[in-house]
Design a protein around this ligand. Structure first.
Ligand code: ASP
Length: 309
């Protein structure tokens, strides 16, 4: 396969296994590029990309911007806090105004699930979903799988547990889809109140005991508790959450095998993971960040190659 089966990256659920394969092979090439003294290729010199962030982000926004610049695209950035959205403009009007400035691709983070799909039906540009509410975060899941492949050789057949706030996490949903597409086994683990009722229907194992989950897995992806998405309390206190679901050095050392430890960031050190674990050899958290740029370069490059010129 030499091109993606999709015209936009709206969610992992729209991808085929071959799309992921193609993205990873392309990312391998770009990973080599970004480790050269001159970390740039002229591939997208004629392409303009708008990064529209209607919700806060540090890593993802910087990662996309770096990826775009390393492909030599022209980049415009927009964040909702300083925009006319605050003056009551609709999403389509905002985006159409930006597109009239001849933008070819839109990378969008938005608090509403489905915002990217909606936009892709109404505007003439390639759309990349950089996180839509608690729904999907496809590039995060791609960079997570890419990092597992890099550390363990392949994703197929691996056992991955996603630990924590599954209910409010777009990272969890996109990871479940991506890992299953590649033939990995997935388990979710967390307090019952943070495990959505429908989750078993997605074909994942469910566990509420962290130690049992860790004994089962090859890889543990530790999620942050998404306090900003909670209107009520889902567990008695942060201390109790940490006692039951926090990953400590003592727990890691008590396992009779070595597991790979991941985190999408931002980390709440001392809550879902202690510093000594987050900074240990077994953790690939900074590899995930580095791979994020290469994977996003691959996604943007492959989508841009479908633009009719
Ligand atoms: N950075 C990830 C996201 O945007 C995870 C998190 O915020 O905890 O969903």
């Amino acid at each position: 396969m030499s091109e993606l089966s999709v015209d936009h990256l709206l969610g992992i659920k729209y991808l085929k296994p071959e799309d992921i394969q193609l993205i990873f092979e392309t990312a391998d090439h770009f990973k080599e590029v970004i480790n050269r003294p001159i970390k740039k290729v002229p591939s997208l010199r004629d392409i303009t990309i708008a990064n529209l962030f209607f919700e806060n982000s540090t890593r993802t926004r910087l990662s996309f911007e770096l990826a775009e610049k390393r492909l030599s695209a022209d980049v415009v950035n927009f964040s909702a806090a300083s925009s006319s959205v605050k003056k009551g403009e609709t999403l389509i009007d905002t985006v159409n105004n930006i597109l009239s400035m001849k933008v070819d691709m839109v990378v969008m983070r938005h608090p509403n699930p489905g915002a990217g799909v909606f936009l892709s039906k109404h505007v003439d540009a390639k759309i990349v979903n950089a996180g839509d509410g608690a729904h999907e975060h496809p590039t995060q899941a791609l960079l997570d799988s890419y990092s597992i492949r890099e550390r363990l050789g392949e994703v197929a057949g691996k056992k991955v547990v996603i630990v924590g706030d599954i209910l409010h996490s777009r990272v969890a949903l996109s990871n479940i889809f991506a890992l299953q597409l590649q033939g990995a086994e997935v388990m979710v683990c967390g307090p019952k109140t943070l495990l959505p009722k429908y989750i078993q229907q997605l074909g994942v194992k469910v566990e509420t005991n962290l130690i049992k989950a860790l004994e089962w897995c090859d890889v543990a992806n530790m999620l942050r508790v998404q306090n900003e998405r909670m209107e009520i309390s889902y567990f008695p206190s942060t201390r109790e959450y940490t006692q039951q679901f926090g990953l400590t050095k003592k727990i890691v050392d008590s396992l009779n095998k070595e597991i790979v430890i991941m985190h999408p960031g931002p980390i709440n050190r001392g809550v879902e993971i202690t510093s000594d674990v987050a900074d240990s050899e077994q953790a690939i958290i900074l590899d995930q960040v580095e791979n994020g740029v290469a994977v996003r370069m691959a996604v943007i490059y492959l989508l841009a190659s479908k633009i009719k010129r």
